[in-house]
Design a protein around this ligand. Structure first.
Ligand code: GLA
Length: 369
């Protein structure tokens, strides 16, 4: 039996850095994915081959530990999870192909763990649901990658639906789909090709700064809520108890959460221009309050501000590089790409990579007997 799994990347229209603060996000899965093919072998070792980076990982099931090689940990961490739950895993061979750019804020990491976990589940006929995979990804990120990420990426990858965004409440995992299908507007990602090597530690710093604010708010109001669920007025009441950094982070998270809920209502009415204004506000907050942007991302967002055929633009994902997400009129897209790419090259002496995306289905698999 051969199992084939397709695990897509994700975009997020709005609701950045709200997921680990118990807030709302508005993501969807895209038509770019990591593909897995896996089957059992009568050998002592497991083999995982990544065509994308042209690397091979060979390991023994009964000797799983963290590796010095970053990408190995996505695989080893997933196997470790299943073993820790007393599942019987025997040697297999897995090949991985991908057209998802790595480290660009479109969630290649979660797609890798989710897809590999699903491949193992189907190959060994284990009983794990989509919501279990969401937890498995968090386990691997925390224990093998060192990232204290939220659930947005893995939830989206597992629950994504063609032509729909997911309005997800990351506090209780309740969600509903919002149709996103427009004759005139489309989503264009612009990859800055900037990769921040310290993203994990900068990300974890933000998580801690938010937790500090959350703790002070909960103590002051004698409650037990996640940061995103407080109001700006409540935050102002504890301002003098917080350091400036935590105050700024909290101010961003609370405002972004409100923007996400308002944005979802605007998208339901296909009001792209008003929605786009919220994207610019989101970027402004990510740049000035959350401080996760970079000059290349800011350049793209600023460039689009004067163009009335771009409804909105902002940095997407963890930040410090990666892509901007742009809501743009379809008819002008090729000329826009040409113009902005030239300008980007002249300014930064590196290429901008355009990625046209559609909202596609989430993770899928096939069994071939
Ligand atoms: C990364 C994390 C997500 C989320 C975003 C920021 O992509 O994996 O959980 O926190 O950053 O919104």
């Amino acid at each position: 039996m051969i199992i084939k799994v397709k695990s897509p990347g994700r975009i997020n229209l709005i609701g950045e850095h709200t997921d680990y603060n118990g807030g709302y996000v508005l993501p969807g899965t895209i038509n770019k994915a990591i593909n897995f093919e896996i089957f059992k072998v009568k050998k002592v070792y497991c083999e995982v081959k990544s065509a994308k980076i042209n690397k091979l990982l060979i390991f023994e099931i009964n000797n799983i530990k963290k590796s010095e090689t970053h990408w190995h940990n996505y695989i080893l961490g997933t196997i470790d999870y299943f073993l820790s739950k007393k599942n019987k895993i025997t040697p297999f061979k897995c090949s991985i192909k991908s057209n998802l750019p790595i480290g660009s804020g479109i969630s290649s990491s979660s797609a890798l763990i989710s897809g590999f976990a699903k491949a193992i589940i189907e190959l060994f006929e284990l009983k794990y649901s989509k919501s279990d995979i969401v937890k498995i990804v968090s386990y691997v990120e925390r224990n093998f990658i060192g990232l204290r990420g939220g659930i947005m990426d893995q939830f989206t990858i597992n629950y994504g639906l063609k032509d729909n965004l997911i309005l997800l409440n990351c506090d209780n995992s309740s969600y509903n789909y919002i149709q996103f299908k427009s004759k005139s507007f489309c989503i264009l990602l612009l990859n800055t090709n900037v990769k921040h090597s310290l993203i994990n530690s900068a990300y974890n710093d933000r998580v801690n700064e938010c937790l500090d604010a959350e703790k002070i708010l909960n103590t002051y109001f004698n409650c037990n809520k996640k940061l995103a669920n407080f109001t700006l007025d409540e935050l102002d009441l504890v301002k003098d108890k917080l350091n400036l950094i935590s105050f700024k982070r909290a101010r961003f998270v609370i405002s972004e959460n409100t923007r996400t809920l308002n944005g979802a209502e605007l998208l339901k009415k296909s009001n792209y221009h008003e929605f786009g204004k919220l994207m610019y506000d989101s970027h402004n907050g990510l740049k000035n309050l959350y401080e996760v942007s970079c000059v290349e991302l800011d350049f793209i967002v600023d460039y689009t501000k004067k163009l009335n055929y771009v409804a909105g633009s902002r940095m997407m994902g963890g930040g410090f590089g990666g892509c901007t997400i742009n809501l743009i009129e379809k008819k002008i897209i090729d000329k826009f790409i040409d113009d902005i790419s030239k300008s980007y090259l002249t300014t930064f002496h590196k290429n901008l990579t355009p990625i046209k995306v559609n909202i596609a289905n989430g993770l899928t698999f096939k069994k071939i007997k």
